[in-house]
Ligand binder design. Structure first.
Ligand SMILES: *Cc1c(COP(=O)(O)O)cnc(C)c1O
Length: 397
């Protein structure tokens, strides 16, 4: 009897396995062709270009947009549509679009820089694409081939190349965005989406040189937690931070330092990763930043600074957890040298003060002119503006 049943099961498996293999193969084929293609890009140029802002070095961040934008529609039935570059315009959305209710939205932030010779570079764009597609997956939004989007963005930037400031302080900010547009008030993965890219000139973050900032560290607020989505660039992570940012401003701080857990781990600040350069408990000079433990955004600047510091080989470079108590003890024992944020907007941002439990901790970052912070800043800027040749600078044309 038992033998007979086994025989039946074996027979069934024989039939099922080839089917399943085929199914897996089909899924794979579907996934690898499920992208839009630069080759399908259509372009409609504006007949009424806007005047460009006069003083590129003093532009406010995110206020100005170029003459064109890129859009690619997606639907679960038809997959990706054709990419389109057209004159900058408002979007038309159904009021039930899921992005408006459940925040199915994600974005990227990257820049293009004009060199003294007028050549335009992007900085490590494939890193942004890898982050964008991994965020899309986590957000239940469609993924795509990042190289195809880079080619479309290059075309958009080259069409609007007069919008890239001719200044070694200013740059062109690039904002790829993906939203769920399906007009159904059901909490599930959107069956329609829209990818779009806006570009616009931004001024020097620090027109008169690096200005140190002050931070509010209040353990009663948390930005991200293990298993959450704080390590993805999704709009839903930023809305709740604005309230805390206002509280920081009211207390005379420019940014919020996000702590985590009972140990009060140092995670990151605003939209920047954080680095501390200090002499550690063992007397070694060490550059330290929070590991990619789900509590911080995997910054492209963070990754680049870690790679640079490791290539210099002059001090220990660590991705490990560290806490408010480590900083307080380090400050007491005069072991903290520099503390700085790192992100696309400003490259690096030195920290001079932290307001923690009603006490100002003074950080000596600037006391000797912040040599490491400055070296990081100059090295990255030289690469971005094409003053030193480096594979991280990717030409647009
Ligand atoms: C974008 C962002 C960063 C910095 O990432 P970069 O790729 O270096 O610009 C850091 N933290 C948060 C929360 C961010 O949103």
């Amino acid at each position: 009897m038992k033998c007979h049943v086994l025989y039946e099961v074996e027979n069934l498996l024989k039939n099922i396995q080839p089917l399943k293999r085929c199914h897996i193969l089909c899924q794979y084929r579907y996934a690898s062709s499920n992208t839009f293609k630069f080759a399908d890009l259509q372009v409609q140029l504006t007949s009424s270009p806007k005047p460009k802002p006069d003083d590129p070095d003093n532009l406010l961040f995110g206020h100005h947009f170029s003459d064109h934008m890129l859009e690619v529609p997606w639907s679960a039935d038809k997959g990706w549509g054709k990419p389109l570059i057209s004159p900058f315009h408002n979007l038309s959305l159904h009021p039930a679009a899921k992005c408006l209710h459940y925040a199915t939205e994600l974005f990227e932030g990257m820049k293009a820089y004009k060199s003294a010779e007028g050549k335009i570079n992007m900085f490590r764009p494939s890193e942004n694409m890898a982050r964008m597609t991994s965020t899309a997956k986590r957000a239940s939004l469609p993924t795509f081939d990042g190289d195809e989007l880079i080619m479309c963005i290059k075309k958009l930037v080259s069409i609007d190349k007069e919008w890239v400031p001719r200044s070694d302080k200013a740059s062109l900010y690039i904002r790829p965005t993906l939203i769920g547009t399906e007009s159904v008030l059901r909490v599930d993965a959107p069956k329609q989406a829209l990818l779009f890219v806006l570009i616009g000139p931004v001024g020097a973050y620090y027109p008169t040189g690096l200005k140190p900032v002050s931070l509010l560290a209040d353990p009663k607020y948390v930005r991200a937690w293990p298993g959450g989505s704080g390590n993805f660039k999704m709009g839903c992570n930023y809305a709740p931070t604005m309230f805390v940012q206002k509280e920081a401003a009211a207390k005379g701080c420019q940014q919020v330092l996000w702590l985590y857990g009972e140990e009060e781990q140092i995670t990151e600040v605003g939209a920047m990763n954080l680095f501390m350069y200090w002499t550690n408990e063992n007397g070694e000079d060490e550059l330290i930043t929070c590991p990619l433990n789900g509590l911080v955004l995997p910054g492209v600047t963070r990754k680049s600074l870690l790679e640079l510091a490791k290539s210099w080989g002059e001090f220990k470079v660590s991705e490990r957890e560290y806490t408010m108590q480590d900083i307080i003890k380090g400050l007491k024992e005069n072991r903290v040298k520099e503390f700085f944020g790192a992100g696309t907007a400003c490259v690096v941002s030195p920290v001079e003060k932290i307001l923690y439990k009603s006490q100002w901790l003074s950080i000596p970052t600037m006391s000797e002119g912040a040599p490491l912070t400055m070296r990081m800043y100059n090295t990255l800027l030289d690469i971005q503006y094409g003053r030193t040749q480096h594979e991280w600078a990717v030409p647009v044309e």
